[in-house]
Write a new protein. Structure first.
Length: 492
């Protein structure tokens, strides 16, 4: 069985998804989704351990050897990503049961369909990571995207439908660009296997077709990861989706898209072509810096806290892309480390807001007055997630921002390092607005209780993880560095 772990990583949630639709509403269907997510997490842990001890894992589907057949290929980079996605998927599904049963406007007999869509989204994200076939990336991308449109549309606010439709339009454009890019690569090389593409592209890298494919893929994936200024779908999608959906997508979907970008830039095209021939860093660097600064400023003026954190996510994506534009082991380490750390911090923050919405019906500043006094555990988790988002020492967010500043200083980019510090202060401003309202405004007149344990336990699991991985960095920094060396082809 251990030899089939790469396939089981995708097959288990894929099989569990349609089975969920056959269950009656209740704990049984949630238990199935929880079991599938938990098994995915266990497999991800085993795969990461196996890769770190033995090296790259190649799994030919149906025993058809690559490049003739479809290959699942696991190295340090995607084993690390599998752990992130499956971990968040498991924690969020534990959080989701109470919200689905009591808050989502879904008829009781249709509640199992939520878990079907959720598991399909998880399947697509895991498949995009584990596959070694470029066309399979597109297939799994569509699986995750179509299910995420459904999940977003389930929000109680009618604007969730508009947000899902807007995401559908932008996501379809991005997917089309990606498909065109992959098609152009196939025309020029006759293969779809990633490692085979990497071997064949240098012979035709001077052609306009390859350069066009590079451009299509760059724009298409940038739409999916919400890189400024292609981020306009993200704020509404995060603001109006149900709380478990926002937490899951914010912590995983854009991170997987960044991983896909890294895989195309560094594995398929190679760093030499991407950054020396195409000079992509000259585009990514200014877009990342503008995105970090502008999104942080816009977040300050938001009154809907979910929308505030959505703009914060655009800024955090800028930090990750800034690390990519450094084109160094330290820069990529900061990116990969921040993929992990941002999943923890945003998962914590959005689930804490989910707890608040569960009790007071909204996550807007005018409704959160005094909530820190009546919901101390919920706001405690929010504060920890906020400190990690700022990059306070002894939190996970500090680790990745430290590597980002080191990477900028290695390149002699002092102004970039200074801007990273400045925008961290902007994060202090918009998060302080929430803390000020929650702790220093009068408590609500109507009685408000603390969130139930079913919501607090998953939320605090991620909150404590922010503190643990701020002190124990062997995973979020050590494995991230190993993954960065793998992508750059540098011997450890």
């Amino acid at each position: 069985m251990i030899d089939h772990l790469p396939a089981l990583q995708v097959v288990i949630p894929l099989i569990a998804a349609p089975l969920s639709a056959l269950f009656r509403p209740g704990r049984a269907v949630w238990g199935l989704a929880m079991a599938a997510s938990g098994l995915s997490l266990l497999i991800a842990i085993l795969l990461l351990r196996q890769v770190l001890e033995q090296g790259v894992i190649s799994y030919p589907m149906g025993n058809w050897p690559a490049p003739w057949g479809i290959e699942y290929r696991v190295d340090a980079a995607n084993a690390f990503m599998l752990l992130i996605v499956s971990m968040i998927g498991t924690v969020v599904i534990a959080f989701a049961r109470t919200v689905v049963e009591q808050r989502i406007r879904l008829p009781e007999h249709k509640q199992p369909w939520f878990y079907t869509a959720y598991l399909l989204c998880l399947t697509g994200l895991l498949g995009m990571i584990v596959t070694g076939d470029a066309f399979n990336v597109f297939v799994f991308l569509e699986i995750s995207s179509l299910s995420s449109y459904v999940l977003i549309s389930l929000g109680r606010d009618r604007r969730a439908l508009t947000a899902a439709y807007q995401y559908l339009i932008m996501g379809t454009i991005g997917a089309t660009f990606i498909l065109i890019g992959i098609g152009l690569l196939y025309v020029m090389t006759g293969t779809l296997n990633m490692m085979d593409l990497a071997a064949r592209i240098p012979a035709v890298s001077g052609t306009r077709t390859i350069r066009a494919a590079f451009a299509f893929l760059t724009v298409g994936v940038s739409l999916k990861l919400a890189l400024f200024p292609l981020h306009l779908w993200l704020p509404n999608a995060y603001a109006y989706a149900p709380s478990p959906v926002t937490a899951f997508l914010a912590a995983t979907a854009t991170k997987v898209a960044i991983y896909v970008l890294l895989r195309f830039f560094f594995t398929i095209f190679g760093a030499e072509f991407s950054f020396n021939v195409m000079e992509l860093d000259r585009i990514l660097l200014p877009l990342a810096l503008i995105g970090i600064f502008s999104a942080s400023v816009v977040a300050i003026f938001q009154t809907n806290v979910k929308r505030m954190l959505a703009y914060s996510s655009v800024a955090q994506i800028g930090y990750m892309i800034l690390g990519v534009s450094l084109v160094s082991v330290t820069g990529l380490t900061s990116t990969l480390s921040h993929l992990f750390n941002h999943a923890l911090m945003k998962g914590t923050l959005f689930m804490a807001l989910g707890c608040i919405s569960f009790r007071i019906g909204a996550a807007s500043l005018d409704r959160m007055a005094g909530v820190g006094r009546v919901m101390p555990w919920t706001m405690g988790a929010f504060v920890i997630g906020g400190l990690s988002l700022i990059g306070a020492p002894l939190t996970a967010g500090f680790v990745s921002k430290w590597y980002l500043i080191l990477g900028a200083l290695e390149r002699g980019w002092w102004p970039v390092a200074a801007l990273v510090l400045l925008t961290s202060l902007l994060a202090v401003i918009y998060l302080w607005r929430v803390v000020e309202v929650a702790y220093f405004k009068p408590a609500p007149e109507r009685p408000v209780r603390e969130a139930p344990l079913a919501l607090l336990i998953p939320t605090w699991t991620l909150a404590l993880a922010n503190l643990y991985f701020g002190m124990e960095t062997s995973l979020n920094a050590g494995v991230a560095r190993r993954a960065a060396e793998t992508l750059l082809g540098v011997a450890p």
